[in-house]
Design a protein around this ligand. Structure first.
Ligand SMILES: Cc1cc2nc3c(=O)[nH]c(=O)nc-3n(C[C@H](O)[C@H](O)[C@H](O)COP(=O)(O)O)c2cc1C
Ligand code: SF4
Length: 491
C-alpha cells in the first residue's frame, strides 16, 4: 500500500475506557433513528469483504460464522460485505443476483439474530462493478489482446522511419510493436491501451461505445431493486447501496464522469442514475425497511469529486429519502499500484486507498479519525437544510474516547469501526460493560487488508494464531489461521 512520504509512526491513542456507569450515559450507547428503524446504539460494523463465499457466490458456513461472530458483540448495526447484484460469476464474493441466493442469505440473517439476541440491525451492501482484467504478459497483450488499427501501423512507421509497416502482415506488426522499448510505447499506444498493458484492461462508465456500458442507466435500477427485494425476503432490515470506492455507482457520481447522455457531466447528470436507482429500490423495499447509501466524502484522485461535490450529493440523497448516509474516502483504481502479471489491479494500493484504510505509518495528521471532517461537513450541511438523516463516519475510529468525541461534537450520528471490530468484535460490548481494559486493540498496520488484496480469507493478526488446536475451530484454506476470533463471554 502507498504510504505518506513523511512516514511518521503514530502510537495508538492511550486507551481511555468508560466505567459501566459512564458507558450507560454515553452517546455511543444511546439509540438512534435510522429511517423507520431504531438502532439500539450508535456503534456500526461497516461492510468488510472476508472472502468466504463459494466461487458461485453462495453463503457458506464460514460466512455464517463470520457474521454471527460480529453479531455477538451486539453492535447497533452490522453491514454485510459488498454483495453482487448481477447473476454473473465473480469469485468468492457474496451474490444476490438471483432467487437461488436467498435461502443462504436467510440462514446468515437468522444466525445474526440469534447471536445478537435480536439487538443488531442487519443491512447488506449492494454492489455493481465493471470488468477489470488481469495484467497480461507483454507477449499476450501484443499477440492477442491489442485490437490492431491503422493508427498502430502509422505510429510504427513513424517510429521506425519505414513506410513498409503501413501494410506489413499483422503478425509482423504485432511482433514489432512488442519489441518497442517501454519508454517509447506512448508513441504507439493510446493512453487506454498503455493502461491495459501495464495494469490490465478496466472498463469505465464512460465507455459508452460498449453497449452494456451505454445501457447501464437502463438496467441498473432494476438490478439493484430486484437485489434489494431479495434482501428483504431474506430478512435483512435494509440495504446499503454501494456508491463508494472504485465501483460503478461511484464512477457515475465522479466528477470524472463526462457521459453526454444525461447521466454525466453536470452535477445533476452525475446524480441522475444514483437517484433513479434509489427510486427503484425504494419502490420495491417499502417504507418499513431502511435504504441507505455509502459514498465518498472525497475521491482523492486527480479530477475526481471533492468534499464540495459530496456535500451536494449528501443533500440530494437526503432530499430523495435515503435513511442513512455512510461516508468513506478514496479507494480508487486511478492511483492503484501496478499489479504483477496475471493479477488484477487492486483499488486500495495507492494514495486514495491509504485514505480509505489509513495505517499508523502516516503524515502529521495520522490515521485516527482521519476522515471524520468529511462526515462532519456533510452533516452540517444537512442540518442547515433541516434534514435529520443520520450520518455514519468511519476511518481509524477504534476506541471509546474517539468515538464518543465524534458524537459529542456532532460530527456524526453513528460511528463505524471496521478494523477495530475485526480485531475484537466484542469491543463495543466490553466497553459498554466497563471492561474496556480487555479490548484487543487494532494496531492499524493492515495485515487484514493485505490478505484482502490477495483475495485470501481475511483474518486479524491479533487472533488468527490463538488457540488453534481446540476442537471444531474453523481454519483458513492453508490450515494456518483460525477464521474467527476465539469466543468471549462477559464474566
Ligand atoms: C478487509 C476489508 C474489507 C473491506 N470491504 C469493504 C466493503 O466490502 N465495502 C465497503 O464499503 N468498505 C469495505 N472496507 C472498508 C471499511 O468498511 C472501512 O471503511 C475502512 O476499513 C475504514 O474504517 P476503519 O478505519 O474502521 O477500518 C473494507 C475494509 C477492510 C479492512
Ligand atoms: S490485522 Fe491489523 S489492521 Fe487488521 S484488524 Fe487486525 S490489528 Fe487491525
Amino acid at each position: 500500500m502507498w504510504t505518506p512520504p513523511e512516514r511518521i509512526r503514530h502510537r495508538l491513542p492511550p486507551p481511555e475506557w468508560p466505567t459501566a456507569e459512564q458507558a450507560a450515559a454515553a452517546r455511543l450507547f444511546s439509540p438512534v433513528r435510522i429511517g423507520p428503524l431504531t438502532a439500539r446504539q450508535r456503534t456500526w460494523v461497516p461492510a468488510m469483504v472476508p472472502w468466504r463465499a463459494t466461487e458461485e457466490g453462495f453463503v457458506t458456513d464460514d460466512v455464517v460464522d463470520w457474521y454471527a461472530r460480529f453479531a455477538s458483540g451486539r453492535p447497533g448495526a452490522l453491514v454485510v460485505e459488498a454483495t453482487g447484484i448481477r447473476d454473473v460469476p465473480s469469485g468468492p464474493l457474496l451474490r444476490i443476483g438471483d432467487d437461488r441466493f436467498v435461502p443462504g442469505l436467510r440462514r446468515l440473517v437468522e444466525a445474526v439474530r440469534r447471536a445478537s439476541g435480536g439487538e443488531t440491525l442487519l443491512f447488506v451492501q449492494l454492489i455493481d462493478f465493471l470488468a477489470v482484467r488481469r495484467r497480461p504478459a507483454r507477449e499476450k497483450f501484443f499477440g492477442r489482446h491489442l485490437a490492431l488499427v491503422p493508427r498502430h501501423r502509422e505510429a510504427l512507421a513513424r517510429l521506425l522511419g519505414d513506410a513498409r509497416w503501413l501494410d506489413a502482415p499483422e503478425a509482423d506488426v504485432r511482433e514489432a510493436l512488442s519489441a518497442v522499448e517501454d519508454a517509447r510505447l506512448p508513441e504507439v499506444l493510446s493512453a487506454r491501451e498503455l493502461e491495459a498493458l501495464r495494469m490490465g484492461h478496466r472498463e469505465r462508465v464512460t465507455d459508452v461505445h460498449l453497449p452494456h456500458v451505454r445501457d447501464l442507466p437502463r438496467v441498473l435500477p432494476g438490478l439493484f431493486a430486484d437485489a434489494a427485494a431479495r434482501a428483504v425476503r431474506a430478512g435483512f432490515d435494509g440495504v446499503e447501496l454501494h456508491y463508494a470506492h472504485a465501483y460503478t455507482m461511484a464512477s457515475f457520481l465522479s466528477r470524472a464522469n463526462d457521459r453526454a447522455d444525461g447521466y454525466g457531466g453536470s452535477e445533476a447528470g452525475r446524480l441522475r442514475l444514483p437517484l433513479e436507482v434509489y427510486g427503484a429500490v425504494r419502490a420495491l423495499v417499502g417504507a418499513d425497511r431502511a435504504v441507505g447509501v455509502r459514498f465518498l466524502g472525497d475521491e482523492v484522485v486527480e479530477g475526481g469529486s471533492r468534499i464540495e461535490d459530496a456535500v451536494a450529493y449528501g443533500l440530494a440523497f437526503a432530499r430523495a429519502g435515503f435513511d442513512f448516509l455512510s461516508l468513506s474516502k478514496g479507494g480508487k483504481f486511478d492511483d492503484a499500484k501496478q499489479p504483477e502479471v496475471g493479477w488484477a489491479a487492486y483499488p486500495y494500493t495507492g494514495r486514495s486507498g491509504y485514505e480509505c484504510m489509513p495505517t499508523v505509518i502516516s503524515d502529521a495528521r495520522g490515521p485516527f479519525g482521519r476522515n471524520v471532517h468529511l462526515a462532519a461537513e456533510i452533516r452540517r450541511a444537512l442540518r442547515r437544510e433541516g434534514f435529520t438523516t443520520p450520518v455514519v463516519a468511519a476511518g481509524g475510529i477504534g476506541n471509546f474516547a474517539l468515538a464518543e468525541g465524534v458524537l459529542q461534537r456532532g460530527d456524526a450520528d453513528i460511528v463505524a469501526s471496521a478494523r477495530q471490530s475485526l480485531a475484537d468484535p466484542d469491543w463495543f460490548l466490553k466497553a459498554r460493560l466497563g471492561l474496556g481494559s480487555q479490548v484487543r486493540c487494532c494496531t492499524y498496520t493492515n495485515y487484514c487488508e493485505a490478505l484482502d488484496q490477495k483475495h485470501a480469507q481475511v483474518t486479524c493478526k491479533l487472533w488468527d494464531r490463538l488457540d488453534r488446536d481446540s476442537q471444531g475451530v474453523p481454519m483458513s484454506a492453508d490450515g494456518k489461521r483460525r477464521l474467527v476470533p476465539p469466543p468471549w463471554s462477559p464474566p
